[in-house]
Design a protein around this ligand. Structure first.
Ligand code: SAH
Length: 247
């Protein structure tokens, strides 16, 4: 996965994408992340990248020239690109989108807005896709772009170590993850479920599957409508439902 992030705050993105897992994935050659300071494409000696909005009103707007020139410079390198704008008006990010991006062969160019946002001509002329982190407004696209890159990169086969595989994580198979415990076996009078100490791998597998179904049914029941459930899953769900009535 090849990415380039265009931002007025390169430090925020760099700090977020040079953590252990992304760093290792980069060393293995699985991801390549470049962070580009849009002020390098400003035209005056103050390196101005924003200006007052036409029509008046509060706040500043990111000027179109630096963004156009930055994207044109990347285009001139000759690789096919997909230009993604981080925006609260975009499609809400999800595991499915992370998986799609993890397989993308085009270079991904992320545009991070600031202030009131970017001059809309950038969106009209350059942007292939708009991604939102959720229905809230951040002050900039940097953390959102870093979150998207991290979520996608960890799904690239080999990016995570064998002991930290993504397969059991929430959403991977359409369900939420099961609960995790580590030592001590009893902590402040709360004991780890016996089955996890039993050494019986089949029992542990069954417990974990049932707990994943339970977590999903309780917290995100709508996810269950989209999962293909096995006969065992259906049996577990029946048990969970009758346990819920009893409890
Ligand atoms: N006035 C704009 C918000 C500007 S916030 C509006 O209401 O639509 C400044 C920048 O932060 C945006 O350009 C975008 O890049 C980023 N941003 C804010 N909220 C975001 C979100 N939920 N997801 C992704 N990016 C976001």
């Amino acid at each position: 996965m090849k990415c380039e992030v265009l931002t007025l705050f390169p430090g925020i993105v760099s700090a977020a994408v040079t953590d252990s897992i992304l760093k290792r994935a980069a060393e293995k050659g699985l991801v390549e992340i470049k962070v580009t300071d849009l002020r390098d494409f400003a035209h005056d000696r103050h390196r101005t990248a924003d200006d007052y909005p036409f029509g008046g009103g509060p706040g500043m707007v990111m000027k179109p020239e630096p963004l156009f020139e930055a994207v044109e410079k990347i285009k001139a390198e000759g690789e096919p690109l997909k230009v993604i704008l981080m925006s609260p008006q975009g499609t809400v990010f999800s595991h499915a989108k992370a998986l799609e991006l993890s397989k993308e062969t085009r270079k991904l160019v992320f545009i991070c807005g600031r202030y009131e946002g970017i001059d809309d001509r950038v969106r009209q002329a350059l942007v292939d896709e708009e991604i939102s982190l959720g229905d809230f407004v951040l002050s900039g696209g940097e953390i959102a772009a870093a979150a998207v890159i991290e979520a996608a990169a960890r799904l690239i086969p080999g990016a995570l170590g064998a002991d930290e595989s993504a397969e059991n994580d929430s959403f991977y198979d359409g369900l939420l993850d099961y609960p995790h415990y580590t030592r001590p076996a009893v902590f402040r009078d709360i004991a780890v479920p016996d089955v996890l100490l039993s050494g019986n791998h089949e029992e542990i597998r069954r417990w974990r599957r049932k707990e994943a179904l339970k977590a999903t049914l309780r917290r995100r029941p709508e996810l269950l409508e989209k999962v293909e459930l096995s006969a065992e899953d259906k049996k577990f769900l029946k048990e969970i439902e009758s346990e819920m009535w009893e409890g």
